[in-house]
Design a protein around this ligand. Structure first.
Ligand code: ASP
Ligand code: MG
Length: 422
């Protein structure tokens, strides 16, 4: 069995969905399980719905209407007759969403988030599944929440591998094309959970692991994994082969092509992961597998923008010792700050972190009690894997460097940008 994953960009409009259909015609769809994300920017749009709902904002209805209009336009572009059952199916999903919002009593933001935002994937797979059938490509729409079981950490749910493995082994029928949702799971009470933003790659890996799949292919709008993000660097080149280990390192430092959690399950069973272009599906793309570390061997550049650089020193110039460090880390963990770089000296300790949940002000008020806290907002973290003198120099140019850290294969720089901007 093969697992394919198509992300939001590949199904952002009717043309995109037709293209996915064409890709399957070209590369084959026997024994394929298809994992699909929400269309285009739907997840972001549904996040706005959640926010409006929780804030009791007057904009709630219009934000729902926006999601509705977007999907409706895609339906009108894909299907000739407005009497096709897909129009009713999609309409019913919106009625379900509205009745959830009406009846919900939970004040838990993350719980509500998962119940609402999950609608993006349910909508996209419903539309794609009907469209493929309409074009004569028989497939089975499958609700991923009956397979992937998780704990109740809404928005960042942890997979219960044992149960998931059992469900998948028992119930996935092979041969027919299966269409299912990325990003979603369900808890023991069957409430919807989500696996963290951009989690659909991970869904593909979970299925591949449980099915002992032959391979996973992530179809993207780029030719494969590049050595740099083309948004920030000119002359990015395609990597033909990367080892799991190298891919895990790249993902760890923030390369966004492959979701970090995706790689571990695949590596454990040595299931190859291909990253290919949905625009040129017959090209080989990148293979992430056992084998050469990096082919061609070249410097890889990763940028993380909007980072916080927090520096702590003790109030009395005493050393920052193990117990301080362990306390600092447990606070960083508690406030969900994602740490990307650590540097310490005798009396100071710095971390470069992502404040994804906007918790820094609260965290700072706690840290202030024990440490002198200084910080820079909006800094960028540059990582070069396999750096050379030349690549290191090129990165350092035009930047105000706040921290530099070098190990054998990796150079990291925290800098205030002077020239490069989003
Ligand atoms: N739709 C979800 C998101 O945008 C999951 C994904 O795309 O992988 O985060
Ligand atoms: Mg998405």
């Amino acid at each position: 069995m093969k697992v394919f994953k198509f992300g939001g960009a590949s199904v952002k409009d009717a043309q995109g969905i037709e293209n996915v259909f064409n890709v399957l015609q070209k590369v084959g769809h026997e024994n394929v399980l298809l994992v699909i994300s929400a269309m285009g920017k739907t997840t972001n749009a549904l996040e706005v719905v959640v926010k409006n709902y929780m804030d009791k904002s007057a904009e709630l209805q219009s934000s729902i209407q926006e999601v509705k209009k977007y999907h409706n336009q895609i339906l009108l572009d894909l299907f000739e007759e407005e009497t096709h059952e897909v129009f009713f199916a999609v309409n019913k999903l919106f009625t379900d969403l509205e009745s959830f919002l009406k009846n919900n009593k939970s004040p838990n933001y993350s719980f509500v988030y998962d119940q609402v935002v999950s609608m993006g994937e349910i909508l996209s797979t419903t539309i794609v599944s009907h469209y493929f059938n309409y074009r004569g490509l028989h497939n089975e729409w499958t609700d991923v929440r009956e397979f992937i079981k998780t704990d109740t950490t809404y928005r960042d749910a942890v997979v219960d591998w044992e149960q998931t493995q059992q469900n998948i082994a028992k119930n996935i029928k092979k041969k027919t094309l299966i269409i299912t949702q990325g990003f979603l799971g369900s808890d023991e009470n069957n409430f919807t959970t989500t696996l963290g933003r951009e989690g659909s790659d991970y869904t593909a890996a979970i299925f591949a692991y449980c099915l002992n799949a032959e391979s996973v292919t992530i179809w993207k709008d780029v030719p494969g994994v590049l050595n740099a993000d083309p948004r920030y660097f000119d002359n990015a080149i395609l990597l033909n082969q990367i080892s799991y280990r190298e891919a895990i390192e790249l993902a760890f430092y923030g390369a966004t092509v492959i979701h970090p959690k995706t790689l571990q399950p695949l590596q454990r069973k040595e299931i190859p992961l291909y990253v290919k272009s949905f625009l040129n599906p017959l090209l080989p793309g990148t293979s992430v597998s056992k084998g050469a570390d990096l082919e061609p061997h070249t410097s890889c550049y990763i940028v993380k923008k909007n980072q916080l650089l927090i520096s702590l020193s003790s109030l009395d110039f005493s050393f920052i010792m193990e117990e301080n460090i362990s306390e600092i880390f447990s606070l960083l963990h508690k406030y969900k700050m994602k740490v990307h770089l650590i540097q310490n000296s005798a009396i100071s300790f710095s971390v470069c972190a992502d404040d994804k949940f906007g918790n820094f002000t609260e965290l700072k008020s706690i840290l202030d009690r024990k440490f002198k806290v200084t910080y820079n907002e909006n800094v960028s973290l540059y990582t070069i894997r396999h750096f050379t003198d030349k690549s290191a120099k090129a990165i350092a140019q035009d930047k105000d460097i706040l921290v530099r850290q070098v190990s054998r294969e990796t150079m990291q720089i925290v800098a205030k940008d002077k020239l490069v901007s989003e």
